[in-house]
Design a protein around this ligand. Structure first.
Ligand SMILES: Nc1nc2c(ncn2[C@@H]2O[C@H](COP(=O)(O)OP(=O)(O)OP(=O)(O)O)[C@@H](O)[C@H]2O)c(=O)[nH]1
Ligand SMILES: [Mg+2]
Length: 275
């Protein structure tokens, strides 16, 4: 038995809700049971069915209206409010909605500071893990981030801060590949090595940055951040391959395989286990 959760993270507009919606369609087509939960208090609409919605607790719109805050202040307030209610509101709704063998995908807000220095996500992850859930991060980055090495480094740093803060299995994904005209430009960044990266950075920046570039490229390399999965919804197998990769990161399916093996070993006549 297992309980599995994906947190879909990434900067604003990187394609998190689109990924959830495409995943919902894919799983429906292959008859795989999967649930979706909305953790974005600023979400307006989504095209997939949600089993749990943070907006039932608090929405950015209400906070803005009642506390006269701007959109970012209201989002931070909403996430802090959510954090205060993880053990009561969330625990109650979550346990009512999901149980053993469930697989839940959380569509998260796009403000990256929420993953880097706001405590709500960390608390939330601890809650899930304490309840026996295997949790992973799917970090989406717009492919335009990898069309030049300086943007690539800044994209990697946002992934890295989430990775260090949340300490979970992490799959980095490049979205909107279909919009990139020069695919070769992207391929170059899918799996680069530190030496070539610092060389490219040096070529664009003054010599005084050489040591800094080397250090940053080394850091990115050391944390295995330089590998990205290119997701292209126009390619039939792309999402399916990505899902298999993510499943593998949380060992989804392995329990089922073991159960099947045990079943196969059982004698159907008397139910005793075979050798
Ligand atoms: N062409 C193309 N457009 C995409 C892709 N993924 C997302 N988009 C578009 O990008 C825009 C933003 O996508 P969303 O899925 O709303 O992004 P998000 O990360 O949920 O955004 P926030 O919740 O606001 O942070 C929408 O107009 C999507 O249709 C993709 O792979 N290809
Ligand atoms: Mg969204």
């Amino acid at each position: 038995m297992g309980r599995y959760a994906q947190l879909v993270l990434g900067p604003a507009g990187s394609g998190k809700s689109t990924f959830c919606s495409q995943l919902a369609d894919h799983c429906k087509a292959v008859k795989r049971k999967i649930h979706f939960a909305n953790l974005d208090p600023a979400a307006e609409r989504f095209d997939y069915p949600v089993s749990l919605d943070i907006r039932d607790l608090i929405s950015v719109e209400d906070v803005q209206e009642e506390l006269k805050l701007g959109p970012n202040g209201a989002l931070v307030y909403a996430m802090e409010y959510f954090e205060e209610h993880i053990d009561d509101w969330f625990a109650e709704v979550f346990e009512e909605s999901f149980g053993d063998d469930d697989y839940v995908v959380f569509d998260c807000p796009g403000q990256i500071e929420l993953y880097s220095h706001n405590a709500a996500f960390k608390r939330f992850v601890h809650y899930l893990r304490d309840q026996g859930w295997s949790v992973c991060v799917v970090y989406l980055l717009d492919a335009q981030f990898v069309t030049d090495p300086t943007k690539f480094i800044s994209g990697c740093m946002t992934c890295l801060s989430a990775m260090v803060q949340l300490e979970l299995p992490h799959t980095n994904v490049l979205t909107k590949i279909d919009l990139v005209s020069n695919k070769e430009e992207v391929e170059e960044f899918l799996d680069v090595d530190a030496r070539s990266l610092s060389g490219q950075l040096n070529a664009r920046m003054g010599p005084r940055y050489a040591r800094l570039n080397e250090a940053i490229a080394g850091l990115v390399d050391e944390f295995s951040m330089v590998s990205f999965f290119p997701l292209d919804y126009t390619e039939e197998e792309s999402l399916q391959d990505l899902l298999a990769y993510i499943d593998n990161s949380i060992q989804y399916g392995e329990d089922e395989e073991i159960r099947d093996q045990i079943k196969d070993m059982e004698d159907p006549e008397d139910g005793r286990q075979g050798v």
